[in-house]
Ligand binder design. Sequence first.
Ligand SMILES: NC(=O)c1ccc[n+]([C@@H]2O[C@H](COP(=O)([O-])OP(=O)(O)OC[C@H]3O[C@@H](n4cnc5c(N)ncnc54)[C@H](O)[C@@H]3O)[C@@H](O)[C@H]2O)c1
Ligand SMILES: Nc1ncnc2c1ncn2[C@@H]1O[C@H](COP(=O)(O)OP(=O)(O)OP(=O)(O)O)[C@@H](O)[C@H]1O
Length: 281
Amino acid sequence: MQTLVIVAKRDTPQAMALAAEIRERYPNLTVLADRALAHALNWPRIEDRELAARAELVVVLGGDGTLIYAARLLGGRDVPILGVNLGSLGFMTEVPVEELFTRLAEVLAGNFHVDSRMKLSCRLMRGGKVLIEDEILNDVVINKGALARIADHETSIDGVPITTYKADGVILATPTGSTAYSLSAGGPIVHPSVDCTILSPICSHALTQRSIVVPADRTIRVTLKSETADTYLTLDGQTGHSLQTGDCIEVVRSPNRVELVRNPRVAFFTILRQKLHWGER
Ligand SMILES: NC(=O)c1ccc[n+]([C@@H]2O[C@H](COP(=O)([O-])OP(=O)(O)OC[C@H]3O[C@@H](n4cnc5c(N)ncnc54)[C@H](O)[C@@H]3O)[C@@H](O)[C@H]2O)c1
Ligand SMILES: Nc1ncnc2c1ncn2[C@@H]1O[C@H](COP(=O)(O)OP(=O)(O)OP(=O)(O)O)[C@@H](O)[C@H]1O
């Protein structure tokens, strides 16, 4: 590995100091920074597309939101991501900051394994045209704004009608996203090595309408049926789009994946125990 890209939580002095230290400790590597960090540290500013093309390892200094940002920056490239937690929960940024340099040395020596995480491809279609196409690590969320009115979400899997959820919204989550918003909506926790899509209504009016775990290769379509002026599509909590009646959101497993460097000392269930406070070790 010759080129390392650092993606840091914005405006975080600790992240800036660590980024500078990484560069100092590894003078033989090309150490690049995301645009905001490069600006803050006065390093060369490189376009996202070039960063993605040159990266051989990405070090994330931040929380889950920063890791999602880094995964989106990489687009379809499967470059290992080492997530170091400077955020609050750090579900995906597994490495504690004290272990940064030990883990980084191991990774640079080739001594590491990755957790290959499934992504979803999402398309927003309006009047037969594709308005938005994106790749998702956590979740696709359709939900409404301020007014407390129920919306109708006509839902099908591989063209077979499932139901019309009368609900505040619908979440389509990956196994990675199963511990995020989907969990708050009553969805199951899914081990990240299982490939599937979790379909969950948000506050459904019908009590039997619960989460459904769908094989990852099935195409799920949600069409907004009710007249509503205040409904949004949110992708990975990062981008928002206003929806109209008749809009159709389609998701299926993406051919691309996200490669997270695994902390050999921490299993998925250890993370659940620690971060969700399920018990002492
Ligand atoms: N009620 C809710 O639980 C709720 C509401 C809106 C969005 N979200 C989630 O926030 C995510 C975006 O995260 P963010 O950090 O950019 O926004 P954020 O800063 O608003 O964070 C939301 C919280 O979700 C945590 N989180 C994010 N991804 C996670 C994952 N895969 N597993 C466990 N926890 C996770 C973050 O650490 C943070 O504590 C969205 O994808 C969505 O799932 C949750
Ligand atoms: N380097 C960056 N450039 C641009 N935007 C970024 C960058 N890093 C993070 N972001 C944006 O800021 C958000 C992260 O901010 P946030 O305060 O939620 O931190 P976090 O990493 O999710 O940590 P926490 O665990 O505290 O939520 C991300 O969702 C992303 O949209």
